[in-house]
Design a protein around this ligand. Structure first.
Ligand code: ADP
Ligand code: DP6
Length: 344
């Protein structure tokens, strides 16, 4: 057989307790364990075809051939699987992002989780999702968590073999997220670069690592008790601490823009006016994510639209873990994607 094909979908995830800093760059081993919520509304579909007739790996994102630099990233990732299985063929990777790329909305998380599952499927690998998450991790740390749905922990582990994700809770207890997409353009400082600079230069960084461990323990207890307000408070506090480390890096930097701060102010105002709990978190980009109860989402969205353009206020419910797609699903995904582009 000269071709082996695998197709998969993975949803993005937003960290409530952030991964921020690596203790081993090559192996993507994090400085701290993290915890996220997988989102239903945003995902990546990826098809991998190992083909004996290909002279090299190729990579198409959103139906456009990617640069050599991007192809190399994919090749290095596929090499992990080739080394593991002895597979010699090159592959053609096609991927469709149903999430803005590189805008701080976690495209790399859904991307490498989908690529890991599609590759494992193509190669007929039988391994647990936990184990597969150790492969996904080597593409982008946050993708470790996108193999699972709901609330997911990425345990920092002690070695490359045990730094993996575990499902914590399916988040089916009235949980939602509002995304204030103030700017979906490509970010200027990649997460990878920003976190490394912070680890190296922020005097607050050791405090981040220390307190993130406690935050994680506390949020897991709050999730176990389904204590939404406590989960939200810990989320907001932990996210703000992460951003404080960028402000204290040298030279300092921030992912926030004036629009980020306007959106944050809108959240503060709206939760006070409505007396509805809603908690914000930001990642390596200017957009603001708001953790809320799903049953409060409509009311919050209506109020937030008083402050922000309607098309910047997006919503999502908790999403499922990654799953395999059929060729028919893939055809449908491509058709939907093309229609979306045509309408833009
Ligand atoms: P984000 O906030 O979107 O995760 P990052 O800068 O962390 O932003 O990651 C974006 C990078 O992830 C892209 O520049 C690209 O290299 C990679 N990426 C995004 N989408 C895909 C995809 N579908 N398949 C493979 N790689 C992808
Ligand atoms: C702020 O996973 O994108 O979103 O491992 O270098 O690819 P690399 O970084 P990435 O960083 C995510 C950082 C974050 C927090 C989080 O998702 O936990």
């Amino acid at each position: 057989m000269s071709k082996k094909v695998g197709i998969a979908r993975a949803h993005t995830n937003i960290a409530l307790i952030k991964y921020w800093g690596k203790r081993d760059k090559a192996l993507f081993l994090p400085m701290n364990s993290s915890l996220s919520l997988t989102l239903d509304a945003f995902y990546t579909d990826t098809k991998v075809i190992f083909d004996a007739s290909l002279p090299a790996d190729t990579f198409y994102l959103n139906m456009e051939k990617q640069s050599q630099k991007e192809i190399e990233k994919i090749s290095q990732f596929l090499d992990l699987f080739r080394e593991y299985t002895g597979e010699k063929r090159f592959a053609c990777v096609e991927s469709l992002n149903r999430v803005p790329t590189a805008a701080g909305l976690a495209s790399s998380a859904s991307a490498f989780a989908a690529l890991a599952l599609a590759t494992a499927t193509a190669l007929g690998l039988e391994m647990s999702r936990e184990e597969l998450s150790t492969f996904a991790r080597r593409g982008s740390g946050s993708s470790t968590r996108s193999l699972f749905g709901g609330f997911v922990e990425w345990d920092m582990g002690t070695t490359s073999a045990d730094s993996m994700a575990h499902p914590i809770d399916d988040a089916s207890w009235d949980i939602g997220m509002i995304i204030l997409a103030v700017d979906t353009g490509k970010k200027k400082i990649a997460s990878r670069v920003g976190m490394e600079h912070t680890v190296q230069t922020s005097p607050f960084y050791s405090m981040w690592v220390e307190t993130a461990a406690q935050d994680l323990q506390d949020i897991k207890a709050a999730i176990a008790q389904k204590d939404f307000e406590r989960v939200g408070q810990l989320t907001e506090h932990n996210g703000m601490k992460m951003h404080a480390t960028t402000l204290s890096a040298n030279p300092p930097f921030t992912y926030w823009t004036a629009d980020t701060m306007k959106a944050q102010e809108a959240v503060r105002q709206v939760r006070e006016d409505l007396a509805v709990p809603a908690y914000m978190t930001m990642d390596a980009g200017p957009n603001v994510k708001v953790l809320c109860r799903a049953s409060d989402m409509d009311e919050l969205v209506t109020a937030l639209k008083e402050y922000l353009p309607a098309d910047q206020v997006l919503t999502s419910l908790p999403g499922s873990g990654a799953y395999v797609l059929s060729e028919a699903d893939w055809q449908e995904s491509q058709a939907t994607f093309s229609k979306g582009v045509a309408h833009d």
